[in-house]
Design a protein around this ligand. Structure first.
Ligand code: CIR
Length: 260
């Protein structure tokens, strides 16, 4: 398969058991299994046309595998975030080193906070969840930084979950998967919205890469809903990352290789 995108990832940290948790009870995480699941996830990215570039491991940073939160990479520019959880800010320098090769960089600064998991890019609009991690100052800075590139930034209220992309993700052109208890479909006029199965509240996090959707095996009922409307689903087991409140979007930063 031709490589179309670069996917930055980072190995699971051996300290992942000390991860930040907001909504879930702490459960034991099997580190070896988490590593194997992460390898399978990277294989899925490759099968869909990504060249996987692992960042250096950060053994002392429990959440470092969740690289999505540290940057928003657009075709023209990358925004380095200022994560809402202080423990995650030391993840920034290595992401800066890796991304500066590919894009001009701009940054969110204090008092702004922003997690990449709160940012959903649909065409030229960035929908940003107002969450415990992303504040209005951060969203305002994002708007100012991206205005000259022709992007709109829309703040979206969110309840009951960590990030916007816990509640809604893209599964095809003009097609969203969402949990209506955490986000309102009315915030996305003009989009076709598929609701998750109500018995699987965490099921809205899917990763669209080209025409395929990488998706956790943990949510079979929602998977069936997607397949019944023609979505091509590639299943991956990520049980150990789910225990750390991560899933499939958060483990990579995917962008076009402008040099090719
Ligand atoms: C955190 O709370 O920051 C991590 N335990 C989970 C981050 C997941 N990130 C994401 O979904 N974008």
């Amino acid at each position: 398969m031709t490589v179309q995108w670069i996917a930055l990832t980072r190995p699971v940290s051996p300290s992942i058991a000390r991860c930040e948790l907001t909504y879930l009870e702490r459960q034991p995480i099997d580190y070896d299994l988490a590593q194997r699941q992460h390898h399978s996830y990277q294989a899925c990215l490759e099968s869909l046309g990504c060249r996987v570039e692992p960042l250096p491991s950060e053994p002392e940073l429990p959440d470092a595998v969740f690289v999505e939160d540290i940057a928003i990479v657009l075709d023209e520019v990358a925004v380095i975030t200022r994560p809402g959880a202080e423990s995650r800010r030391p993840e920034i320098p290595s992401v800066v080193s890796a991304l500066q090769v590919y894009r001009p960089l701009v940054s969110i600064v204090t008092p702004g906070t922003l997690d990449g998991g709160d940012v959903l890019l649909l065409d030229k609009t960035l929908y940003v969840g107002i969450s415990s991690r992303s504040n209005l100052a951060g969203i305002e800075q994002l708007r100012a930084l991206l205005e000259s590139y022709g992007y709109d930034v829309l703040a979206v209220p969110l309840t009951g979950c960590l990030h916007l992309k816990s509640a809604v993700t893209q599964i095809g052109k003009g097609h969203l998967l969402l949990n209506p208890h955490w986000i309102s479909p009315a915030d996305f006029p003009g989009y076709r919205c598929l609701e998750i199965d109500p018995g699987e509240p965490h099921a809205a996090n899917a990763l669209l890469v080209g025409d395929g959707v990488i998706y956790p095996t943990a949510y079979p009922q929602t998977r069936m809903r997607m397949e019944s409307v023609g979505v091509q689903v590639i299943s991956v087991e990520v049980s150990e990352l789910i225990k750390a409140e991560g899933a499939v979007t958060c483990c990579s930063l995917i962008f076009k290789d402008n040099s090719s």
